[in-house]
Design a protein around this ligand. Structure first.
Ligand SMILES: [Zn+2]
Ligand SMILES: [Zn+2]
Length: 336
């Protein structure tokens, strides 16, 4: 089945947390968390349009420098999202370097930083290489509900969980998913062509039903052209199914309030990426460190009805024993 995006963890489960989400048809990608990203090739980093940072502990943010090093002088824009104080933290990172020639670079890099405070209010600023990365405030913004960012085909939602500090948990949601039924297409007497993309786009953007679609295709009888409306074509050849939803949850305590927050954000999610830092035998240590055990992670996955679960952010104390953490997550998730 064709899907809009393809998520994959940046590192193995013992490495720094991070989820790279490739948009296959668009030569662009999203990244959740910005820790050690050396495993991502420069061409992968060049595709990044938006980066969402859960919180700024080093294992989630130290990769900022690496990203900047790769894209500076080559890429024109990166948009970052983070929690309280994020704009100032991005500014401090940029001010740690000397920028006496960067304003002459041919490609102007603009870093836009968006921060959400603990009350859910936003503020943003831009940092341009033309202006030697001096902070230019862009003013406040109000996220609608918990939607932090939205495009025609997908949205990113975020809510704070408690990790002793506020830490963002994210949902990436494909808005709708359109499949073309090739058999029905042929039975209706049509052939495939670029018009299918126009039709899908019209459906995904909720265009009016009377919108005309200019259809052209070729077969062994030659060229064909006709026009039909979205409403005529949709039931004939398309199946519109709910979009795929991905959860990215890392660095939190196991509390009822956190479970409530994740329930609001991620009920019935298709794939849940969730930290599973400690084994349940070390639960007291996990609580002191404000992290989940594998059993707690699996329990959350079960309680929110996740259809699949991918654990990560394993503590190095279990190096060589990932199977034990995996088994504990799965047992709690499946309720066995
Ligand atoms: Zn962490
Ligand atoms: Zn942390």
């Amino acid at each position: 089945m064709h899907t809009l995006f393809e998520p994959r963890l940046v590192n193995d489960a013992f490495g720094d947390p991070g989820l790279y989400v490739d948009f296959r048809d668009e030569r662009r990608a999203l990244l959740f968390d910005l820790g050690d990203i050396a495993a991502l090739a420069p061409r992968n980093l060049m595709r990044l349009s938006h980066v969402f940072v859960t919180h700024t502990h080093m294992d989630h943010f130290s990769g900022f420098d690496h990203l900047l090093r790769v894209v500076l002088g080559r890429k024109d824009a990166v948009v970052l999202f983070g929690g309280p104080d994020f704009v100032a933290q991005v500014e401090h990172k940029l001010r740690a370097y000397t920028w006496n020639v960067v304003h002459r670079y041919e490609v102007d890099l603009v870093i836009e930083a968006n921060e959400i405070d603990a009350r859910g209010r936003g503020q943003r600023a831009r940092f341009s290489s033309r202006a030697r990365f001096a902070r230019e405030p862009l003013g406040p913004f109000e996220p609608t509900e918990d939607v932090l960012y939205e495009e025609t085909t997908f949205r990113v939602r975020g809510r704070f969980v408690d990790h002793d500090i506020p830490c963002l948990a994210f949902a990436l949601e494909e808005k709708a998913h359109v499949n073309v039924d090739k058999d029905r297409l042929v039975r209706a007497g049509f052939g495939t062509g670029a018009w299918l993309r126009d039709l899908k786009h019209a459906v995904l953007t909720s265009a009016p039903g009377a919108t005309p679609i200019a259809m052209r295709w070729q077969d062994r009888n030659g060229d064909h052209a006709t026009t039909q409306t979205v409403d005529e074509l949709r039931p004939l050849i398309l199946d519109v199914v709910p979009g795929r939803r991905i959860g990215y949850v890392t660095d939190l305590r196991y509390t009822e309030q956190n479970v409530d927050t994740l329930t609001q954000l991620l009920t019935g999610v298709d794939v849940l990426y969730i930290e599973s830092v400690f084994l349940e035998v070390d639960a007291a240590h996990g609580a002191r460190k404000n992290h989940l055990t594998a059993h707690q992670a699996g329990t959350i996955a079960r309680r929110i009805g996740a259809k699949a679960v991918v654990p990560f952010h394993f503590s190095p104390r279990y190096e060589g024993r990932p199977a034990e953490l995996l088994a504990e997550v799965r047992a709690a998730w499946s309720g066995s």
